[in-house]
Ligand binder design. Structure first.
Ligand code: KMH
Ligand code: ZN
Length: 274
């Protein structure tokens, strides 16, 4: 059996005050994505920061970072349309116009830590339709059981093409807790042909990533999800986390997929125009 490794080098919340090796500039992000590619990652899930490290959906920053990455390696780029605090849904949605091979689609509004994560149903439907038009494959971020049901209804309305691709997100305050029982419930409910991974925030990251890999899931690794390699030990950049996920997959007899194999497995459409 095979596994796809995604690197998530920088998320929406932590800063270099939390981990000095967090990549925040386009060059730093591109360098750490390249290191992850060399270790076996075939997908890069990307957030961007402005010069004060705040989350940004600035199209110039996003385009520039995508170009730096593409100069270094053919890793598949997945833009986050979650982006982070202080950025409107419209600005977040505009990122798909850059035609990455994939982008996240957060299907439902929710409490997300101390903020409201605004994903109005009509706007989500419109974004799903636009992604389909552009050939940008959605990775569906589901933080609760009802989010899965909403995605299945989008599929039934013809707004999502199979095989569906999910991140089961555990550990966000306002979504499902990072508890193996929640993960097993969600795994049980995955459509038979779905590709999926767990996004386990914080100190349960390793345990839940291991459970997901042992149950046929893919793996995501990086400083977006945990700043630590183990209790009390900050990860020196993304490489130690990616290396550990690759080693874990191989130890469980999962073949780590190349970029071309990942494209085939996810059935990525060809992006249109641009
Ligand atoms: N940051 C994670 C909690 C997204 O970027 O669209 C979920 C995530 C979603 O990665
Ligand atoms: Zn993200």
């Amino acid at each position: 059996m095979s596994a796809i490794i995604t690197v998530a080098p920088t998320g929406p919340v932590a800063t270099t005050r939390d981990n000095p090796d967090l990549p925040v500039t386009p060059e730093q992000i591109a360098d750490q994505v390249f290191e992850a590619y060399e270790l076996g990652a075939s997908v890069a899930h990307l957030h961007f920061r402005d010069d004060q490290e705040r989350p940004t959906a600035d199209l110039g920053v996003a385009r520039g970072t995508m170009e730096l990455i593409s100069e270094r390696c053919p890793i598949l780029i997945q833009l986050s349309t979650g982006v982070g605090k202080g950025v409107t849904f419209e600005e977040r949605a505009a990122l798909v116009e850059l035609r990455p091979r994939m982008a996240t689609l957060n299907p439902c509004a929710m409490t997300f830590g101390d903020m409201i994560f605004d994903n109005p149903p009509d706007a989500v439907r419109a974004l799903a339709a636009r992604m389909r038009e552009l050939g940008v494959k959605p990775e569906l971020e589901i933080y609760d059981t009802g989010h899965l049901d909403f995605c299945l209804s989008l599929r039934d309305q013809g707004l999502l093409d199979g095989p569906l691709q999910f991140s089961i997100v555990l550990g966000v305050r306002g979504g499902m807790a990072a508890d193996p029982r929640n993960l097993m419930l969600m795994i049980d409910r995955m459509p038979a042909d779905a590709n999926w991974q767990v996004v386990a925030i914080g100190r349960h990251n390793l345990q839940l990533t291991g459970i997901a890999l042992a149950n046929g899931g893919n793996a995501r690794a990086g400083l977006e999800d945990t700043l630590h390699l183990r209790k009390g030990e900050l990860s020196r950049g993304n490489s130690p986390l990616v290396r550990r996920a690759v080693d874990l997959a191989k130890a469980l007899d999962r073949t780590v997929l190349t970029v071309a194999e990942t494209e085939a497995k996810l059935q990525l459409p060809t992006t249109v125009g641009g």
